[in-house]
Design a protein around this ligand. Structure first.
Ligand SMILES: NC(=O)c1ccc[n+]([C@@H]2O[C@H](COP(=O)([O-])OP(=O)(O)OC[C@H]3O[C@@H](n4cnc5c(N)ncnc54)[C@H](O)[C@@H]3O)[C@@H](O)[C@H]2O)c1
Ligand SMILES: [Zn+2]
Length: 360
């Protein structure tokens, strides 16, 4: 097992990474203050792992909430059902909420912990690769509103994160690949050596090799924790974590949420960001080709949908027509392994990127 620390002063917390951690109560118990625990999970993960977790918590009053599965249920209404259980089972201010699931469960549980009795403890047990490398680190919690994704929420840090890589054995291959997109992102924005490691170890990751997965999770969490420690509330630097996301969100919105997985849209979006960076002379054609090749090997899309025209992209990215006027801020590459945030974007080059990155 490996242990990392997210350094946030008195809100610092450990991330435990390794195999079979779920059945090691000695990891969780020091982070549980009272006698009460509420495990929040969903209908897909519950039959796989809930019993195992509850067995590890046999010394506590354990209540469980099983949410419906899917991004479409990440709503205020479903979220408030967590409080029904907490209140009817008389959970007090020393209770601990444990999120057992992917990013949807983690975001909703964290936000419930942030608000129940004005804030109670919470622990993340991420069960998808994406939630292990991204959503469980950094303290962003929340739910969707019909008018926008993740529009209601809070910054709220967990007491600890338990990333048990053996839980990934049941994860569908497509979800595994979606998580790898965010892993490649860290290589591109802040860790060129890690990018090279991914080039050399992609086959092992896809095959579910536990040693490779644990290393990728650790290195990703280190990279994210480093950025978050410098800019917890996204005043500036933290925005580099959004490489590929402005393009990616446009794809997700245009295709309707759920048709493209988030990581898939981010993969195509990162290719667009890399393509534009290449046109600006920041990376070479060979380097751009390496980015595309690595994402392709991870079975991720590297082109935007064929029916998406540039004006639609611009609209969905919040920019009018062809006039940029410095209003579009993008995360681009300054070099392989280094990101910049810039609003100095050439409209002609952007147009060329849209043309070059569209599927036939
Ligand atoms: N808070 C943040 O900083 C942050 C960052 C990135 C993403 N997010 C959020 O995370 C969410 C996406 O998270 P996700 O990709 O984990 O999706 P998800 O939570 O929807 O999980 C994907 C699917 O995998 C299933 N699943 C989970 N673990 C499994 C396992 N071990 N075996 C088999 N199936 C399993 C889930 O039930 C679901 O059907 C989005 O809502 C996004 O907004 C938050
Ligand atoms: Zn993302």
């Amino acid at each position: 097992m490996q242990v990392l620390t997210v350094n946030l002063g008195d809100r610092s917390y450990p991330i435990y990474i390794g195999e079979q951690l779920l059945s090691q109560p000695e990891l969780l118990c020091p982070h549980i203050r009272g006698r009460q625990v509420c495990v929040v999970t969903n209908e897909t993960v519950a039959p796989l792992y809930l019993d195992k977790l509850c067995a590890a918590l046999s010394d506590y009053q354990v209540d469980t909430v099983i949410l419906p599965d899917g991004e479409s249920h990440k709503t205020l209404q479903v979220w408030s059902s967590i409080f029904d259980t907490l209140l009817s089972s008389r959970h007090n201010r020393t209770t601990t909420l444990i999120a057992l699931g992917g990013g949807v469960v983690g975001d909703m549980t964290g936000f419930a912990a942030a608000t129940y009795q004005r804030g109670v403890d919470f622990i993340q047990i991420p069960t998808t690769l994406l939630s292990m490398v991204d959503s469980s680190v950094g303290g962003k919690t929340g739910v969707n509103h019909p008018l926008g994704k993740n529009m209601i929420g809070a910054f709220y840090q967990p007491r600890c994160v338990l990333a048990d890589t053996s839980l990934l054995r049941t994860l569908p291959a497509r979800e595994l690949s979606a998580g790898i997109a965010e892993i490649v992102k860290y290589g591109l924005i802040s860790d060129y050596d890690f990018f090279v490691w991914l080039e050399n170890n992609m086959d092992d990751l896809l095959a579910g090799d536990m040693t490779a997965l644990a290393y990728a999770v650790k290195r990703s969490c280190e990279n994210k924790a480093d950025v978050v420690a410098q800019d917890e509330h996204e005043g500036g630097l933290r925005a580099i974590l959004n490489l590929g996301h402005t393009f990616g969100h446009a794809i997700e919105t245009a295709q309707g949420y759920g048709n493209w997985l988030h990581g898939e849209a981010v993969a195509a979006g990162m290719v667009m960001a890399a393509d534009l960076s290449c046109r600006r002379g920041a990376i070479s054609n060979d380097e751009l080709a390496r980015v595309i090749h690595l994402l392709q090997r991870a079975n991720l899309p590297v082109k935007a949908p064929s029916d998406m025209i540039p004006t639609q992209f611009m609209e969905l990215m919040g920019v009018d027509k062809k006039v940029l006027d410095g209003r579009l801020r993008l995360v681009l590459l300054e070099s392989m392994g280094k990101a910049i945030i810039t609003s100095d974007i050439d409209a002609g080059m952007l147009q060329d990127t849209f043309d070059a990155c569209k599927a036939d």
